[in-house]
Design a protein around this ligand. Structure first.
Ligand SMILES: [Zn+2]
Length: 375
């Protein structure tokens, strides 16, 4: 993770970079930011920067062996502690971070802005009482007593220390105050007020500002190839949280699926009352959402076509969509699906040229209905 991978936050980034460049590295720091902020991402970028063998003035190189291993989360000098709870196969004293390392790596590779509930569902937590246990604090003390292997600094990132059991917190007080040389504690928290004052007093507080709307929009256009208009709208709703923005994207897609599925059914049965209601819904959408909806419909028809001759293709669809696509592909001939696709594409073309939306959508519904039921 490089600083450049995190949108915006230029001031926070240069503060961290300057501390390293000026040799003002605090051995215990608290990265405090709201849920969905860049606190964990910045801690990772900071770790890479401080250990990079070829860093520039404003970022790590992303190429050297330290960068590469930190990026893959496999660097022997970068350790993580995070809240965990028991699963079907991991119980009792084994409920410590190291037992979940494989899951943690896959989770963190894809989720730098997630919350505890995202992590818990990723590894299949059996109960909600995830914490950082006393056993964990023993492991921390043990592993930090070893010298660093390859990097200049050994870094321990404690994600969500607010879930640390008080006995665990007490267990690390001493090493937190006097860590071995070239050892850094980066505590990444959403709620520092829940931390014991004895922990707080040993850490330097670094406040991570929330993203502004432009940062969130940039993240969405860059990572999801979303068009700028839609990204901007979602960013405003997300209030500085990339996590919230990503969740909104998911639910917007769910909405599109339900609307599309019902609409296809209405066309098929020529249920004019419902088609009229769908028409109202479509009319009330803004132009961007209308376009996205038609694009979604075109994609689903294409997937239905593909499902006719490719059984196991790994499509990026959720279960419900997968089920729909398979059934739709079975119910309609290739010719019919291709005709529907053509109509949808034509509608998208006319929508772009400011056609009357009500007439366009009604006409489209009737034509699709006719294609579906033709002999
Ligand atoms: Zn590097």
């Amino acid at each position: 993770m490089r600083f450049a991978d995190i949108p915006g936050l230029e001031e926070a980034k240069s503060q961290l970079i300057n501390a390293i460049r000026n040799n003002h590295v605090a051995h215990a720091q608290l990265f405090y930011g709201k849920q969905g902020s860049a606190n964990l991402a910045l801690a990772l970028a900071y770790t890479a920067y401080i250990n990079c063998q070829d860093r520039s003035e404003d970022d790590s190189c992303g190429q050297c062996s330290n960068c590469a291993k930190i990026d893959k989360l496999i660097h022997p000098d970068l350790q993580f502690v995070y809240p965990v709870s028991s699963t079907k196969s991991i119980t009792g004293k084994n409920v410590v971070s190291s037992s979940y390392l494989k899951e943690w790596r896959t989770y963190l590779s894809a989720n730098k802005y997630g919350a505890l509930e995202n992590w818990s569902s990723h590894y299949g937590a059996e109960n909600k009482n995830a914490n950082i246990s006393k056993e964990e604090s023993r492991n921390i003390v043990k592993s930090l007593s070893l010298k660093s292997f390859e990097a200049e600094y050994k870094v321990l990132i404690i994600w969500l220390p607010e879930f640390m059991h008080s006995s665990a917190a007490n267990g690390i007080l001493k090493i937190l105050e006097e860590p071995p040389e070239k050892t850094l504690f980066l505590l990444v928290t959403n709620d520092y007020e829940k931390l014991l004052t004895t922990i707080l007093s040993r850490c330097q507080l670094f406040k991570v500002p929330s993203f502004d709307d432009a940062d969130v929009a940039q993240y969405l256009t860059h990572h999801l190839s979303m068009d700028a208009d839609k990204a901007q709208k979602l960013a405003v709703l997300a209030e500085g949280s990339i996590k919230a923005a990503l969740e909104n994207v998911d639910s917007a897609e769910d909405d599109a699926h339900v609307l599309f599925r019902d609409w296809m059914r209405q066309c098929w049965t020529k249920d004019y009352t419902s088609i009229n209601q769908a028409n109202d819904l479509f009319f009330k959408m803004n132009k961007t959402t209308q376009k996205l909806f038609l694009q979604y419909a075109i994609n689903m028809i294409r997937h239905s076509l593909v499902s006719q001759y490719m059984v196991d293709e790994k499509l990026k669809l959720n279960n419900e969509e997968q089920g729909f696509v398979t059934n739709f592909g079975k119910a309609l001939t290739t010719d019919k699906l291709e005709s529907i696709s053509k109509e949808l594409n034509q509608a998208a073309y006319h929508l772009d040229r400011n056609a009357n939306v009500r007439i366009l959508f009604m006409d489209l519904s009737l034509t699709i209905g006719r294609i579906m039921t033709a002999k």
